[in-house]
Design a protein around this ligand. Sequence first.
Ligand SMILES: Cc1ncc(COP(=O)(O)O)c(C=O)c1O
Length: 371
Amino acid sequence: MNVPMLDLVAQYQTIKDDVLPAMMKVVETQQFIMGSSIPELELAVAQLSHARHGIGCASGTDALLLPLKVLNLKPGDEVITTPFTFFATAGTIHNAGGTPVFVDILPDTFNIDPAAVKRAMTSHTRAIMPVHLYGQMADMLELMAIARSRNVKVIEDAAQAIGARRKIDGEWRVAGELGWVTGYSFFPSKNLGAWGDAGMMVTSDDAAADRLKKLRLHGGAKQYHHDEVGTNSRLDTLQAAVLLAKLPHLAQWSAKRREHAAYYTKALADVAEVKAPFVDPANEHIFHQYTLRAQRRDDLQAHLKKEGIGHAVYYPIPLHRQPCFAHLGYKEGSLPQAEHASREAISLPIYPELTRPQLDRVINAIHGFYR
Ligand SMILES: Cc1ncc(COP(=O)(O)O)c(C=O)c1O
């Protein structure tokens, strides 16, 4: 039995009776651009994020780029972020005219290290961009305190973390609630995935929301009036309809991922060569990815491939070591925890529709490799 890394067809089979009529409603009305599903989805995602505004956009990448644009970065302005993330996190900082400043991660959660952020703050720092990696929130309390003390913004990259929560002072706070603006990705593989590219920003800053709404429509909320130069980054109405139909399933899908994660972690506890994901006790993880630290990671990868078991390495080259950022001057050894993680991390299939026999097959293959 092969086990794929992701099986979107399995999910499609369970939801098509909800999603197809929702899509057809858009088709029947031919309201493809900024149709009524968009404000409906924006409201629902803002509520989920305990935020005042949701602003749909074309992708998770744009959901980071547009808030960075709101900051009007000048050459030399710095945005502190993690190197252990998908490229868009840092690519958008560059494309918004800023300089990414990479700091190291915590070895347990793989998330940005607030102490390292504090050390990296300079008079040029304009924002901090934490990533809630794999579906587990970064230490927002610490990060917000650092940002507040220096009057800089926090842009949450919650592309992998919609619905993730963290208990702060006895209260659940959600991804998107505490930062200035938060970006979500609805890339099809995400916990809430569209049937194409899509993204959303949430914020409780009314002025920022107004700017973001303009920026996604060529800088003009009113047609043919352009207060500034923006772009076309509308959320597609068909995608909004798909996402609205899928949204009621999200909590249950993420719970299923947690259940699978617990099953893996228990079953792999006796394998000394692998370390199961650490869940910060303050966090409710949504397990966008289930990522082990594995000894002989590359050999394990080859073994899983041979066994027909899906897996992926997120991320094999930390961003401070990417050729496009060579000019920033980071060297091998500059950010040792991120570099170490890139040599050990391996993600296993964790999608909600996985069956018990499939999970067992993955577990047995890992046991078999290290025996
Ligand atoms: C951490 C992170 N940031 C940003 C993005 C960009 O999102 P998108 O692919 O929707 O542009 C992704 C998704 O791929 C991501 O995982």
